[in-house]
Ligand binder design. Sequence first.
Ligand code: ADP
Ligand code: MG
Length: 169
Amino acid sequence: MKSLPYFSRGEVIRGFGRGSKELGIPTANFSDAVVDTLPGDIGTGIYYGWACVGNGEVYKMVMSIGWNPYYKNTKKSMETHVIHTFKEDFYGEILSCVMVGYIRPERSYSSLEALIEAINNDIEEAKMKLELPEHLKLRDDNFFTSAPSPPLDLPPTSASTSQTIMNGH
Ligand code: ADP
Ligand code: MG
């Protein structure tokens, strides 16, 4: 996938209320502005990478890219599970992510248990793969240290590599 690593940043919005949190795996949904700029070669499926909320710490994450039922499956959704236990929800905050690799395509499961097991396997795979030096490097990318506070549409103050990549799409 030529677009990886892919940098994205935007507001966390309310999702479709599919109860991810009840499964113990909450997913922070990106606003349309972020989803609309996703390159065409980033297909649906499960990805892994790094994420940070606001100016906080950078954590490992898994992201699901799927077809959004709200738009009658004509538009993608991007849902990030940050591998960290947060004290509070962070709706309305700015989430910064870099997707570094692909885990698997989307599929449907015969039971809730099977789905939860699959997600937990994804999380384990993400944790392991992100320890590779080439991936660890991206955790320290200045994309994360340059996280802006809203409003978002301020021009970047310095032309970092990641900003160039992000703006290149
Ligand atoms: P929604 O349908 O609104 O996306 P979820 O059940 O998927 O609801 O919960 C997502 C929300 O949970 C996020 O928007 C965020 O505010 C909160 N949250 C708490 N911990 C996490 C986490 N580790 N990863 C992602 N979101 C989290
Ligand atoms: Mg969600």
